[in-house]
Design a binder for this molecule. Sequence first.
Ligand SMILES: NC(=O)c1ccc[n+]([C@@H]2O[C@H](COP(=O)([O-])OP(=O)(O)OC[C@H]3O[C@@H](n4cnc5c(N)ncnc54)[C@H](OP(=O)(O)O)[C@@H]3O)[C@@H](O)[C@H]2O)c1
Length: 341
Amino acid sequence: MRIILVGFGVVGQSFLHLLNLRCNELTSIHGLRPRIVAIVDKKGAAINERGLDMEKMLRIKKEMGSVSKDLDKGFPNLSGGEVIKETEAEIVIEVTPTDIISGEPGLTHIETSIKSGKHVITTNKGPLALALPALMDLADYNGVYLRFSGTVGGGTPILDLGRKCLIGDRIISIRGILNGTTNYILTEMGEKKIEFDEALRMAQELGYAEKDPSLDIDGFDTACKLVIMANWIMGKKVTLKDVKINGIRYVILKELMDADKNGCTIKLIGSIDKDLEVKPKEVSKRDALCVHGTLNAVTFVSEFAGEETVIGRGAGGMETASAILRDLIDIKTSLSARLMA
Ligand SMILES: NC(=O)c1ccc[n+]([C@@H]2O[C@H](COP(=O)([O-])OP(=O)(O)OC[C@H]3O[C@@H](n4cnc5c(N)ncnc54)[C@H](OP(=O)(O)O)[C@@H]3O)[C@@H](O)[C@H]2O)c1
């Protein structure tokens, strides 16, 4: 399987580390021989149709800042779009930064890949939150797979649990804590009895929150994940504009203290029922959903199986890379089944 990797930051590099670690098992257990034929970052690309030396690419990125600096295989200033169009490959892995206003550059990368007949795996929530129904249709029309299990819950298989494992049931609603940064801030406010600003500062010092934390604290990251779950698990055709969004910026310590008197706390809850909504809500401390720190948790409410909650770490380079590998194996299995049919 020839792979083009677009984006070579935390997730992209973790994915190469994971491939190196699991190379033998992938071949012996799954019959998968992945070959990275191109890597693209902001400054250009490295291309070798016979397969790039992964350890060398990681070293060049670390020491020289861009894979395009490789003397043999480097192509400075070549863009993701050009590489996707001009390089022969079966799969594109799109792991560039999330932009929820334009969806770019990921949106163009994904569309170009699908239109050129390449399957896509992405962990980039921006393009999906803005255009998932259209992208799923485009992939169907072009006969390729679009997979994105790392966008919700990182390594925790939330999307697969909802779509595959509960396939015999009917999911009525979903509610979850889908953002580790906000959960850390609310947990610290409640446990250390501090106000929002101080908890945010601590999260920033520890690297849990960005310098501009708006995507997380204003609820947009959670909303993107709701859109992805609603489309993929519940078959709703929705985008980010269909979500009612309230973040945690205005939650005060007194509200947490009041909730505490009733055995509850406040969590940023994303819910899919009749509507899609992100809102700080009181949750009983005995509810399975009430996880601490940076953990994520999702409760599926289904007609026959009742309530099931999955808890996991949510994000992280290697965790998210493991979701990409899961998608890769899933595509390989689906392609083998197609051939047998
Ligand atoms: N990190 C996590 O735990 C995690 C978890 C789940 C989902 N995600 C999502 O996964 C994606 C990647 O995350 P990350 O943490 O790996 O981000 P990152 O460390 O910022 O890496 C982004 C990479 O994309 C490259 N890039 C930026 N613009 C580009 C362009 N126009 N063309 C080609 N490459 C471009 C960057 O190039 P340079 O290296 O040259 O700057 C960098 O290599 C994001 O959408 C993120 O939201 C991340």
